[in-house]
Ligand binder design. Structure first.
Ligand SMILES: Cc1ncc(COP(=O)(O)O)c(C=O)c1O
Length: 369
């Protein structure tokens, strides 16, 4: 085994890595330094509250010992799914080990050969990867472009699925879900909404954009992830009981993996008890978003009503330079490079949190003037 690894030709890997270096887009693992957080997805600061020391229940298992279909199922995870389904006004919920797994597990298993998937061009990598694993035909539509979506739906064959994010992860803008669902209904298409960046943040109690717009009964499936505002790990697919049963039977990303442990699920449960009441934190987020949006800076910034704020600094080298200047002032702000975003739309992705202050935001915008 070791020998064959040594003999294996890896020129193709080296070639791709060299290309990345030439593009000034080579990624390396770095340790996070203590800086003011403008980077993580911990929107409400919950990951700090959910530190193991703050949990009184020391008997929770840190391993689940197997797949949910074997030794890995336990009462707490079933109860938690029911609690989450009720909170999100859905018939049922199925926990996956991450948002990536949820998108892969759903999109690779549900649409079949002969079906059609239409997805927003700016969809997250996990959505794209799930679609690639499916045998259905797939086409993207331009970002939030309803006319193009409708044109493509007219030609779509088999069962039709439309996939979008409610809050886009790189731009922070919202999908026009009300209009989108009407178009889906006109062409009998199933709408799938990834609520990763809306969970905990959008809606009176952080339910997400779908419920804020009262569209929950008209969506085929919703994905809520726990690794962002909820400060935990994992995700859930919401939908009908038939969808849940289908995923239990056919979704390989659900079947062939170790279930989340009790300790993780308890953290998710605690988070669902905390975040609905974090009104002051959501209000603070709104204030910071407003402050950021209203402050003049010398770069173009995307219009965004969410904690994700994108400042466009075209060019990998340029955006890295500007990010470096902010980091030198102890602001943990990361550049997003091509090819993660299209060329010339390289950006600073500034993530606002309820624990950031107006003064800190002013300091950041002041540095960008
Ligand atoms: C829109 C979207 N969906 C899914 C995911 C994946 O979620 P997780 O990090 O839980 O795997 C992310 C994470 O960045 C995301 O932004």
């Amino acid at each position: 085994m070791f020998l064959s690894l040594q003999l294996m030709k890896e020129d193709f890997l080296h070639k791709k890595l060299e290309e990345r270096k030439t593009q000034n887009a080579y990624r390396e693992l770095k340790l996070t330094e203590a800086m003011v957080d403008f980077c993580s997805n911990d929107y409400l600061g919950l990951s700090k509250l959910l530190h193991p020391d703050s949990s009184s229940n020391g008997s929770l298992k840190h391993g689940s010992t197997g797949s949910r279909l074997l030794a890995g199922n336990y009462p707490l995870i079933n109860e938690t799914e029911k609690q989450i389904a009720a909170f999100h006004a859905a018939p049922s919920a199925l926990v996956f080990n991450s948002g990536y797994d949820a998108n892969i597990g759903l999109l690779s298993s549900v649409p079949q050969r002969g079906d059609t998937i239409l997805y927003d061009y700016l969809s997250h990598a996990s959505i794209r990867d799930g679609i690639r694993l499916s045998f259905a035909e797939s086409f993207s539509f331009a970002h939030n472009n309803l006319d193009e979506l409708e044109e493509k739906l007219k030609k779509a064959k088999g069962n039709k699925f439309v996939v979008t994010e409610s809050v886009f992860s790189m731009d922070g803008d919202l999908a026009p879900l009300t209009e989108m669902i009407s178009i889906c209904e006109k062409y009998e298409a199933h709408l799938i909404v990834d609520e990763a960046h809306a969970t905990g943040v959008i809606g009176k109690n952080g339910e997400g954009l779908v419920q804020d717009l009262n569209l929950q009964s008209r969506c085929f499936a919703r994905i809520h992830t726990f690794g962002k505002a909820l400060g935990c790990h994992g995700a859930v697919v919401l939908g009908s009981t038939a969808l849940r049963n289908y995923l239990i039977n056919f979704s390989r990303a659900f079947i062939y993996t170790t279930a989340l442990p009790e300790s993780s699920v308890m953290a998710i449960r605690m988070s669902y008890e905390l975040f609905p009441n974090m009104h002051a934190e959501r209000e603070q987020l709104r204030r910071l978003v407003q402050e950021f949006q209203q402050s003049p800076i010398k770069f173009n910034k995307q219009h965004s009503s969410t904690p994700i704020q994108a400042v466009i600094v075209p060019g990998n080298e340029e955006v890295k330079y500007v990010a470096g200047q902010l980091q030198a002032k102890q602001f943990d702000i990361r550049p997003i490079l091509y090819p993660t975003v299209p060329t010339n739309s390289e950006r600073l992705r500034i993530v606002l949190h309820s624990f950031n202050t107006i003064e800190q935001v002013r300091s950041v915008t002041g540095s960008l003037q």
